[in-house]
Design a protein around this ligand. Structure first.
Ligand SMILES: Nc1ncnc2c1ncn2[C@@H]1O[C@H](COP(=O)(O)OP(=O)(O)OP(=O)(O)O)[C@@H](O)[C@H]1O
Ligand SMILES: O=C(O)[C@H](O)CO
Length: 530
């Protein structure tokens, strides 16, 4: 396969008849990368907001079944939502239970209706006669006055409910910025400054949202508290590793045990404790273990009226990808949905795994497995997941199972030093390409990394594909990989390489469960150890 790919690239670049000749071989040439793209599409398809919502809500007459519980619909339904994917969730919810819906308000990103319309995603838009009001805001993913207005409308709706009412809360990534309700006397500007400084200093989403929860009327369970005594059912599309309910969109329906020392420790870590506005000191000193920051301590049972259900996650996307891999004749192995850490280390991991899978001798050297295991903590992958993966790779080598499809997900990080255009998926693909290219024995592996939202950093690509021919291909086209990497310019690199054919460009997908990685590993060509 590697030879066919190499030949086709040669034809594509050098031969005067390159277009027609290349297209003659394109079917076999692209077999692995076509399958990698199909596996990625299946991952994204499996977590489309309307699909996950449909999967999680069951309607039998006036009964609504969700998360193993049953609720009676008696024209008592209200709906609120906030996040990048809630428009599609709301559209499907209205199709399913709209006849009982009294009123809804959702807070969604600025311009999203137009963008979804332009991408032909009409199924994610509300009907003209919808009972749900769509409010756009949070330009550039920052809480703004528009989002604050939406949050106020959502708070008003929730606060007016009675014990007969059922409130559906739709939550997805980006929800924190779309539901700003600064605890008085803090202003939106002051809260925005603190979160912006934290983010710029490199705070993790866990740290950021721990602080956000402490400063908000609605986060950290505040929304659920407002809706009391109504029954609350929150349907959550997770964009955080491990699906922690209290952190996704800062957990507006999840009771948070606020620990002031935890918040101060985070502010200290990023050297912000001494430059805080006085209003923030006031909010933090008043706060107690509670729902939101302004409410007095509540007993545990107040949470009884809330059901939180994760309806979509990276794990689900990987399971869908795995099923697609089987359909395509590949042997799937799911490594982990929690890959994080610097892209350098993550690329190294994939390089080592490919070397291990395709090692051309009967026994793989134990040092290789040891090096893989050592990397685990740096890239967020548990030892047992690595051991399980290594064992499966060993079995596949012994039994000659054909092409393996190694799947993983998560959200690695890039330390931005240059001024180029790129994203963590494209930079990871580029670094994995270097790893695969540097192998003496070419594994023939193809690697794909893509953001499930369809957008990788500030670029129009979701990610990129790569393989062991990357270095040769780049050199033959006069592209200096190191230069592009130093300048964090992976998008420009992949746009210039072979006319952009290695870019992954599904367009905006309307969902977001972080990133998906797929590495297709053909059996070693020198396999004579049977
Ligand atoms: N030139 C670049 N090269 C590599 N990575 C970049 C570059 N510019 C931005 N990034 C990375 O892209 C990420 C931001 O992009 P994006 O908006 O896709 O983030 P996200 O975390 O997927 O957002 P969300 O979860 O809200 O969808 C950051 O991790 C940032 O480090
Ligand atoms: O909105 C947020 O807080 C992030 O997207 C994590 O869920």
């Amino acid at each position: 396969m590697a030879q066919i790919i190499a030949l086709s690239r040669f034809l594509h670049l050098q031969h005067p008849l390159r277009v027609s000749l290349a297209s003659l071989c394109s079917r076999s040439m692209s077999s692995l990368d076509t399958r990698a793209r199909a596996v990625f599409s299946a991952a994204v398809e499996g977590v489309q907001p309307d699909i996950v919502l449909h999967r999680s809500l069951e309607r039998h007459g006036d009964k609504l079944l969700v998360g193993g519980q049953s609720f009676t619909l008696t024209n008592n339904l209200y709906l609120v939502g906030f996040g990048k994917a809630v428009l599609g969730m709301a559209a499907e919810a209205e199709r399913l239970v709209g006849d009982h819906l009294i009123k809804g308000v959702i807070s969604v990103p600025h311009g999203i209706q137009k963008t979804l319309h332009n991408h032909g995603k009409e199924n994610m838009l509300l009907e003209n006669n919808s009972r749900i009001t769509v409010m756009e805001g949070a330009k550039n993913n920052l809480p703004d006055a528009d989002a604050q207005k939406s949050a106020e409308c959502i708070r008003e709706l929730a606060s007016g409910l009675t014990e007969k009412d059922l409130l559906l809360v739709l939550i997805s990534g980006g929800g924190s910025a779309l539901l700003p309700a600064p605890a008085p006397p803090m202003s939106l500007q002051e809260k925005q400054d603190v979160t912006r400084k934290l983010a710029a200093a490199g705070a993790t989403i866990q740290e950021l949202n721990t602080v956000r929860r402490a400063l908000s009327l609605l986060k950290g369970g505040g929304l659920a508290q407002c809706a009391k005594p109504a029954q609350v059912v929150a349907l959550i599309l997770s964009d955080v590793i491990g699906d922690p309910l209290d952190l996704i969109a800062s957990g507006p329906t999840v009771r948070s045990d606020f620990k002031p020392e935890e918040v101060w420790a985070i502010l200290d870590r990023y050297k912000l404790s001494y430059s805080l506005p006085s209003s923030m000191n006031e909010v933090l000193s008043k706060a107690r273990p509670h729902y939101g920051s302004q409410v007095q301590e509540q007993p545990e049972e107040v949470q009884d009226h809330v059901l939180n259900v994760v309806i979509g996650s990276n794990t689900i996307a990987l399971e869908c990808a795995s099923r697609k891999a089987v359909e395509l004749g590949l042997r799937p192995i799911i490594l982990s949905p929690g890959v994080c850490g610097d892209v350098h280390s993550v690329a190294r991991l994939y390089g080592l795994l490919s070397r291990f899978a395709c090692f051309p001798e009967k026994e793989t050297p134990p040092e290789l497995a040891a090096e893989i295991l050592q990397l685990g903590p740096e890239v967020g992958v548990e030892s047992w997941d690595l051991c399980r993966t290594i064992n499966m790779l060993v079995e596949e080598r012994k039994e000659d199972w054909g092409v393996t499809c190694l799947l993983a997900g998560g959200e690695p990080t890039v330390q931005l030093k240059g001024k180029g255009r790129g994203g963590r998926n494209q930079e990871l693909a580029l670094r994995v390409g270097l790893e695969l290219s540097s192998d003496e024995v070419k594994s023939g592996a193809v690697f794909l990394s893509g953001g499930t939202d369809g957008q990788d950093g500030p670029t129009e690509a979701a990610g990129a594909l790569t393989d062991g021919e990357l270095m040769k291909e780049a050199m033959s086209q006069g592209l200096d990989i190191d230069g592009f990497l130093t300048n964090n310019d992976s998008f420009t690199f992949f746009s210039q390489l072979s006319e952009g054919q290695w870019l992954l460009k599904p367009g905006l997908t309307g969902t977001n469960v972080m990133d998906v990685h797929a590495m297709l590993l053909p059996p070693s060509p020198q396999r004579d150890f049977q």
